[in-house]
Design a protein around this ligand. Structure first.
Ligand code: MRU
Length: 325
C-alpha cells in the first residue's frame, strides 16, 4: 500500500510551503517551493496545486506566510485579496481565507489556523472514504471524472477516498478514469495516483463514457465537487453534468463526494462564477497546436449539475440523498 502521496507539505524548519508540482505529473514527481504568499497565489492560479480542498489548504498557508513576513493589517489584507483572486469557483478557497482572517481578527495565529485546516482536511477525507465505501459493492466498476484524489486534497481525496477504502476493505473493484480534457487531470493525475497505489484503473477518452454505460460496464459514478449549493446543485469539473445526464438515462447511480468546506449555503446559482481559462489549454496539446489557426475555443473549467440527477452526496457526516432515492 502506497498511500503516502502528500501534495501539500509545510516545512516548519525553513518556513516554506512545499507542493507537488502537478503540472509535471505523471512523468516526473517534482516539488514547488513557496516562500511567500505571491508564490502560493501563482501556484494556485497556474494549477501547480489544484482541487478544491488542496486549494483551500494552500491558500491558508499563503496567509500564514504573509503573517510571518509582516503582520500589519494592510499586508494581511493584500495577501487575502491576491489569494482570493486566483480561482473563482471552488468555495474552499474563500472558506479557508475567511477562517484565516477570522483568526487574525481574534488576535490568534494564522499559522496555527492553517495547520488546523490542513489536519482537519486529512481527517475529513478519511471519514468520507470510510462512510462512502459502503456504497461500493464487491466487483464494482466505478467511473470517476477529473481528479478528486489525494492530489486534490491533503490526503486520501474525496471520490478517490471512497474508492481507496473499498479497496482497503478487500472489495474487488475496477476504476475507469475519464481523461478530462483539456487539462487531463483524469489521465495524468487520477491514473497516476491509483496506479501508484496498485488500484486497477483504465483511462478513457471523455466521449467513451456513454458507450460504456450502454454496454453495462459502469456500476457507479463517483465524482468530487468544487461547490455544493443549498439546493444541492453541484459545481464540478466541466463534463460532470454530461456524465450525470448519461447516468440518469442509463440508470447508473451517480454519487458526489464533498466535505462541508465545499458547501456554500450563502449563494445562489446565478452568483457563482464559472472559471473560464485560457483557450490555449484547448487549442494546444503538450505545446502542439491541434486546432487550425484563426479558430478559437471555449474553455469553461466547471459546470453545474442539478440535484435531481444526483443519487447521493457523500460527506464526512453521512450521505445526503437530495431526491430521497
Ligand atoms: O480544475 P481543478 O483540477 O482544480 O478541478 C478539480 C475538480 O473539479 C475536482 O473534482 C474538485 O475540486 C474536487 S477535489 C476533491
Amino acid at each position: 500500500m502506497n498511500n503516502d502521496l502528500r501534495p501539500i507539505i509545510w516545512d516548519d524548519d525553513n518556513k516554506q510551503l512545499i507542493l507537488i508540482d502537478q503540472r509535471k505529473l505523471p512523468n516526473s514527481l517534482e516539488y514547488y517551493t513557496c516562500k511567500n504568499y505571491h508564490d502560493v497565489a501563482f501556484a494556485i492560479k497556474n494549477m501547480v496545486v489544484r482541487g478544491a480542498p488542496a486549494i483551500g489548504v494552500s491558500a491558508a498557508y499563503g496567509m500564514a506566510l504573509a503573517e510571518l513576513h509582516n503582520s500589519s493589517r494592510d499586508y494581511i489584507e493584500k495577501a487575502y485579496n491576491e489569494l482570493k483572486n486566483t480561482r473563482p469557483t471552488a468555495v474552499n478557497l474563500f472558506w479557508a481565507l475567511d477562517r484565516c482572517i477570522e483568526a487574525y481578527n481574534n488576535k490568534s495565529s494564522i499559522m496555527e489556523e492553517a495547520k488546523r485546516i490542513h489536519k482537519e482536511d486529512i481527517e475529513v477525507c478519511k471519514k468520507i472514504g470510510q462512510i462512502g465505501e459502503k456504497i461500493i459493492d464487491d466487483g464494482d466498476t466505478i467511473l470517476t471524472h477529473c481528479n478528486a484524489g489525494a492530489l486534490a486534497t491533503s490526503a486520501y481525496g474525496t471520490a478517490l477516498s471512497v474508492i481507496r477504502f473499498a479497496y482497503y476493505n478487500n472489495k474487488k473493484i475496477n476504476v475507469i478514469a475519464d481523461e478530462t480534457r483539456p487539462r487531463l487531470q483524469g489521465a495524468k493525475l487520477t491514473a497516476f495516483e491509483l496506479n501508484y497505489e496498485g488500484i486497477p484503473v483504465k483511462v478513457i477518452p471523455d466521449n467513451t463514457a456513454g458507450f460504456l454505460m450502454k454496454k453495462g460496464m459502469v456500476d457507479k459514478i463517483v465524482v468530487g465537487a468544487d461547490r455544493v449549493l443549498r439546493d444541492y446543485t453541484v459545481f464540478n469539473k466541466i463534463g460532470t453534468y454530461s456524465l450525470a445526464v448519461l447516468a440518469k438515462y442509463h440508470n447508473v447511480p451517480f454519487y458526489v463526494t464533498a466535505p462541508y468546506s465545499t458547501f456554500d449555503f450563502k449563494n445562489n446559482i446565478e452568483d457563482i462564477t464559472i472559471e473560464e481559462r485560457d483557450e490555449k489549454e484547448v487549442i494546444y496539446i503538450d505545446g502542439v497546436r491541434i486546432i487550425p489557426e484563426g479558430v478559437s475555443a471555449y474553455n469553461y473549467a466547471f459546470d453545474a449539475t442539478p440535484a435531481e440527477l444526483i443519487t447521493g452526496i457523500i460527506t464526512e457526516k453521512g450521505i445526503i440523498h437530495p431526491n430521497n432515492r
